[in-house]
Design a protein around this ligand. Structure first.
Ligand code: F0G
Length: 482
């Protein structure tokens, strides 16, 4: 896109691909959407996809694949042990990341489970820029805890800071002194920091963080699940990297990490995951968990077809015209919402567009889950399925108190190369209608609250009859429209 200038002067993300396979979608009437949302316990995870028009729940495992990736699935070498497909994947990962060893796993959280079991002991602390739900759950599962050291400015929903995922080095220094380096098994750095709005770290900050950790003898673990967006942002926002290729930036980022793990449901346009490293001792320490929990060392729980497609997808990730599509669509959506006054996280990050639900629904109490209420309201108003990323996604403290999330966001993921511009504009239109009618939206209460990862299966009910009122207003304003 950067190379195409429109005569009109408008800024329009331009797709460097064309659509060759499509999936039919349904858009239910608003009354049916209200019923489906009630049946799903006001939890968008519990909706049936056939009742969803635009599935913006996540980018995980639902990115569009290229013709080359799909075609490669047909030449995958079907074998339990020693598959040629596996060796092609291992070679590609090691070539791109500059590592010597690879361990396959069925998805990202499997890597997190193995990392926690291998390195974290009760009482340990894992500093990180920001937690991700499954990463934190696995660290606490083995008796550790996390400290979030992202710079304070990274938590301001609206800002113009280019790298809101950066670690605050003073906080890291203080954390090491206070906890003692012997109690810190590793520092975890998350690329494209998910829960704060898909915000990147800079190569400069990552390099300084790694130096500080290594000076203290502490290992650095990179969660590269959202690396592709972060690579794009380093290329376009970090002056010192402007002339580096994506391949060079990838190598430079990865050179700072001792272990790199990723969810290939995000990175590589496929489904799967794995861990890469240079130190044989780390490889040996984790290796035995693979056949125990994942699968034999040459597939780790993945199908050979996915591994073959991932090998192609990882190579495509080195193409700036491929990886810029996601961030550019997100930037467009964020700008359109801003024009209409809707509070969104800025600057636009990766993964999706993030609405600041705490500001959107400032009249809804944090304990009544504004972001979950907004997710429910948006589905009713539009058939668009988003994901709550706020207090509901937090875990309760051991004493039962509910921590309030530092950010209360409704995430609208834009899986890569999946939606069209008119679909994005439809979502923008319905969100701005909701914003005009935000006073009608109320909170939610739990009726079933699971003890772990409660956001996946928890069921909630609306406080009062706000959903009936919302449907009535929809009919009044939009007539017979779907
Ligand atoms: N790390 C990050 C940064 C993630 O975003 C995810 C998943 C994982 C690890 C775990 O990977 O799903 O393959 O087990 N994020 C998905 C999401 C679930 O919707 O954001 P996984």
């Amino acid at each position: 896109m950067s190379e195409v200038k429109l005569y009109s002067g408008e800024k329009l993300p331009l797709e460097m691909h064309k659509v060759r396979v499509v999936q039919k979608l349904n858009l239910l009437p608003v009354e049916a959407r209200q019923k489906a949302m009630a049946e799903a316990g006001n939890n968008t995870f519990l909706l049936r996809n056939e009742d969803v028009y635009l599935d913006m729940l996540t980018d995980s495992g639902v990115n569009a694949m290229s013709d080359q990736a799909v075609a490669s699935m047909m030449v995958a070498d079907d074998s339990y042990a020693g598959s040629a497909t596996y060796y092609r994947l291992e070679k590609k990962v090691c070539e791109l990341f500059g590592t010597s060893y690879f361990l396959p796993a069925h998805q990202g959280r499997a890597c997190e489970s193995i990392l926690a079991s291998s390195f974290v002991k009760p009482g340990d602390v894992v500093p990180m820029n920001f937690h991700f739900t499954t990463a934190k759950a696995h660290i606490t599962r083995v008796g550790g805890r996390v400290e979030e050291l992202v710079s304070d400015a990274g938590l301001e929903p609206e800002s113009d800071l280019p790298f809101k995922g950066n670690i605050d080095l003073d906080k890291l220094r203080e954390c090491i002194t206070r906890n003692g380096k012997e109690n810190i098994p590793f520092v975890r750095l998350e690329a494209g920091t998910n829960l704060i709005g898909g915000q990147p770290f800079s190569l400069e900050n990552m390099t300084a963080t790694a130096k500080l950790a290594h000076d203290n003898g502490i290992m650095v673990v990179l969660d590269a699940s959202l690396l592709q967006d972060n690579l794009h942002f380093i290329k376009v926002r970090e002056a010192a990297c402007k002339n580096m290729s994506i391949r060079e930036i990838t190598r430079a980022v990865c050179a700072n990490a001792d272990i790199i793990y990723f969810s290939a449901r995000k990175l590589g346009f496929a489904r799967g995951g794995g861990m890469a490293m240079n130190d044989r001792a780390y490889y040996e320490k984790m290796k035995d968990f693979i056949p125990l929990f994942e699968g034999f060392l040459t597939y780790g729980g993945m199908s050979v077809r996915e591994m073959e497609a991932m090998t192609v997808g990882l190579e495509e990730t080195m193409d700036e015209s491929v990886i810029s599509q996601g961030p550019q669509f997100i930037e467009f959506m964020v700008a359109e919402l801003q024009k209409r006054g809707v509070p969104v996280v800025t600057p636009a990050g990766g993964l999706g567009c993030h609405i600041n639900a705490r500001k959107f629904l400032s009249h809804v109490d944090d304990h009544a889950y504004p972001a979950a209420a907004l997710a429910s309201a948006l589905y009713i108003a539009s058939g668009v399925r988003g994901m709550e990323r706020g207090t509901l996604s937090e875990q309760r403290e051991p004493d039962g108190t509910e921590p309030i999330a530092s950010m209360e966001l409704l995430r609208l993921a834009l899986p890569r190369r999946v939606f069209t511009m008119s679909q994005v504009l439809y979502a923008v239109d319905r969100i701005s209608w909701l914003y005009e009618n935000r006073h009608l939206i109320g909170g939610l209460n739990f009726v079933e609250e699971p003890a772990t990862l409660r956001f996946f299966f928890g069921r909630l009910e609306p406080i009062g009859d706000w959903q009936e009122q919302l449907v009535a207003k929809f009919r009044k304003d939009l007539g017979e429209s779907l």
